[in-house]
Design a protein around this ligand. Structure first.
Ligand code: THU
Length: 138
């Protein structure tokens, strides 16, 4: 599996910050952008889109995963999630679970320029995944 290079992280951070400016977040005012490197070395991104119902709001990472599939990508191999100020944002629990299926526990997630990336497996230990379904198949 290809790995992200230092230059990739710079691109991902810049893309996530740019995309955060396009978020629709009139209710929380938290503008979030996510950018991911695909296994084909393309960049996919997403921003949060809120709703007056609150509960129907879409996180930036969900938009990113949808964009990944829409452009024919399969795997995310590096991820940056930031707010408009460019600072890393911890993916919410639901997004960790969604990302797991498309990046795996080894997916490195940016912690900013002065820290090592953290893996998705570290953020979501003991996760429910496809193996839980497979072992119950008749
Ligand atoms: N948000 C994301 O886009 N991603 C996360 O991982 C955490 C939260 C958004 C959802 C909502 O629009 C706003 O941030 C405040 O929760």
């Amino acid at each position: 599996m290809a790995q992200a290079e230092p230059a990739d992280w710079i691109t991902l951070r810049a893309t996530a910050k740019e995309v955060a400016r396009r978020a629709y977040a009139p209710w929380s005012k938290l503008h979030v952008g996510a950018a991911g490197l695909t296994d084909q070395h393309t960049v996919v991104s997403g921003c949060n889109v809120e709703n007056a119902s609150f509960g129907l709001s879409l996180c930036a990472e969900c938009g990113l995963v949808s964009a990944l599939r829409a452009q024919g990508g399969e795997r995310i191999i590096a991820l940056s999630v930031v707010t408009e100020d460019g600072l890393p944002l911890a993916p919410c629990g639901r997004c960790r679970q969604v990302l797991l299926e498309h990046g795996g526990p080894e997916l490195p997630i940016d912690q900013g320029a002065n820290a090592d990336p953290i893996t998705l497996g570290e953020l979501l230990p003991g996760a429910f995944d496809a193996s839980e379904l497979a072992r119950r198949q008749p």
